[in-house]
Design a protein around this ligand. Sequence first.
Ligand code: NAD
Ligand code: DAU
Length: 355
Amino acid sequence: MSPIFVTGGAGFIGSALIRLLMAESDYPVVNIDKLTYAGNLASLPGLLTEPMYVFSQTDICDRAALDRLFDQHNPAGVIHLAAESHVDRSIHGPGEFIQTNITGTYTLLEAARAYWSGLSGEARARFRFHHVSTDEVFGSLGETGLFTESHPYQPNSPYSASKAASDHLVRAWHHTYGFPTVMTNCSNNYGPCQFPEKLIPLMILNAVAGKPLPIYGKGDNVRDWLYVDDHARALRLVFEKGTLGETYNIGGHNEKTNLEVVDTLCALLDELKPQPDGRPYATQKTSVADRPGHDKRYAIDASKISHELGWTPTETFETGLRKTVQWYLDNPAWVAHVVSGDYRNWLTRNYGERT
Ligand code: NAD
Ligand code: DAU
């Protein structure tokens, strides 16, 4: 069976997708990841010796390396997640976001199109390129309303602008070249193996370390939270059954203010890991300066993927958050490696110089 290329498979969502594909599908997977600070092979335990799995430490901006990978593996398709993903980093240093999210997506599209152009028969008919994107491309909502697939693009941060640009490239490659694409735009994910720069893992780890819980501005910004394994299932479904040229919004129907999220986390930690002196974790909440250009509210209308492909989330915010808190408490080795930066040497330490 031909493999699927997953880019960004050492990241938070990519690793969840690969764990799902390895556990529940027959697809061999080639994980193409540069291993930036966000890439962590410890999120894919045991896979390097798995015959259905290949890891390649490759930058998606490297056209020659991508051509070699297409030539060597003859993939049945690509699920493209590799990106710079953190809004705050994009505000402080947008260059990497332009490079990976725009130039990288362009380079990958061109390598994939060259490969697809050389295919014939069934291999050509079945090939597809799935671009994984975000609801942030739509900008910010007011008190009411939901993002549908036809919502106008109005990105507000360097991150979301770079993702919007990549979405437009994918759309144009389908329209102009007939290149077989599908696209998904998802809301905020949470779950195991998320790098602790994002709200939920940052709050869990700061709380148990006795550090402040930094809440931007008033804490009244709203995000629509989805458990990462529900996103991974949706990605597999769209990759397999989505209509070419279409986009699908994915969301959890879990709109929460940031303060609600942090208070729920604190209450879960009070129950699962009470402080020796009985002090509630919520006492560590600290108001800090707001994020520049902070989008007020995101909320997804996921009715298209639900009606057309039959996807609905399985986790509620309460069940998913409980699992997530428990995972961070149960995996101190993963956390310690990430906090110390040691995870960056994981490949060499476990498998020598082989990549
Ligand atoms: P992440 O930051 O955890 O992981 C990104 C991965 O991409 C890392 O493993 C990193 O090493 C890799 N990477 C970065 N630059 C690369 C390059 N030039 N070449 C090859 N690999 C490179 O990100 P995530 O949260 O898992 O997000 C994955 C995708 O999903 C992104 O495209 C993101 O925009 C999108 N998305 C994320 C969320 C969310 O809530 N996290 C929601 C919707 C969409
Ligand atoms: O909506 C999808 C997007 O969700 C993805 O495309 C991005 O890759 C992903 O990072 C996420 O973006 P956000 O900016 O919404 O996520 P973040 O976890 O950084 O912040 C969530 C909210 O919490 C946001 O309103 C900012 C706030 N926040 C965040 C941090 C890190 C705080 O109040 N304090 C913090 O320390």
